[in-house]
Design a protein around this ligand. Structure first.
Ligand SMILES: [Zn+2]
Length: 204
């Protein structure tokens, strides 16, 4: 399959790392680019190392002063973008880290270890999910306060695997803009409290 995209360096640099396309590059094909000195065309000494998914290459020419350090990925502050995005891709797609790791090992693609995956979850991904969820909640509440109808669904019970149903509280914004809290109880009743402190008891 061909792709007619034209490489434009200024565009690529301005593109956020998670938007940039990624390619599967074989090591020897990549190292071919560093074998010869761009200044004198003679052979260079090459050292390489990986940090998770990122490859660092040091190219040194023993015949002239040329020295080049190259990384296969941009960094997001001090974190290789590919390591962070791999963790995000596993988590946000609902995949299993173990299965993804097996796939990458079968393909012999450099990945990240489980410790790094958990660290990125804790440090970046979970806070991002919480932030996005709060943004979504604020948007929904702001739309509701504009007077749109709100449809509320739920049984005032929280389900947990292996545990009995637990009563819980649900909050909704009513059509008259009054905030209502619905409290479920273990005896099967539900009470509704509005912002005007009125309380009504319902049997279910
Ligand atoms: Zn040289």
């Amino acid at each position: 399959m061909t792709d007619s995209s034209i490489y434009n360096e200024s565009t690529v640099i301005a593109t956020p790392p998670h938007i940039m396309r990624k390619f599967i590059v074989y090591e020897e094909n990549l190292m071919d680019l560093f074998k010869n000195c761009p200044a004198c065309s003679r052979h260079c000494a090459i050292k390489s190392r990986t940090v998770g998914t990122v490859l660092h290459v040091d190219q040194t020419c023993v015949h002239c002063e040329h020295h080049k350090q190259w990384a296969s990925q941009p960094y997001v502050k001090n974190t290789p973008a590919g390591n962070l995005q791999l963790a995000a891709a596993v988590l946000f797609s609902g995949s299993s880290f173990l299965q993804v790791t097996k796939f990458m090992q079968a393909f012999n693609i450099q990945g990240i270890c489980h410790t790094t995956y958990l660290k990125h979850q804790r440090t970046f991904l979970f806070p991002t999910i919480n932030w996005q969820w709060k943004q979504h909640q604020n948007t929904v509440i702001a739309e509701a306060l504009k007077g749109r109808n709100v449809v509320l669904g739920g049984d005032m019970h929280a389900d947990s695997p292996g545990l009995n149903l637990q009563p819980c509280t649900t909050t909704k914004i009513a059509e008259d803009h009054k905030q209502q809290q619905l409290h479920g109880s273990s005896d099967g009743t539900c009470s509704i409290h509005t912002t005007e402190e009125k309380s009504t008891q319902y049997d279910f």
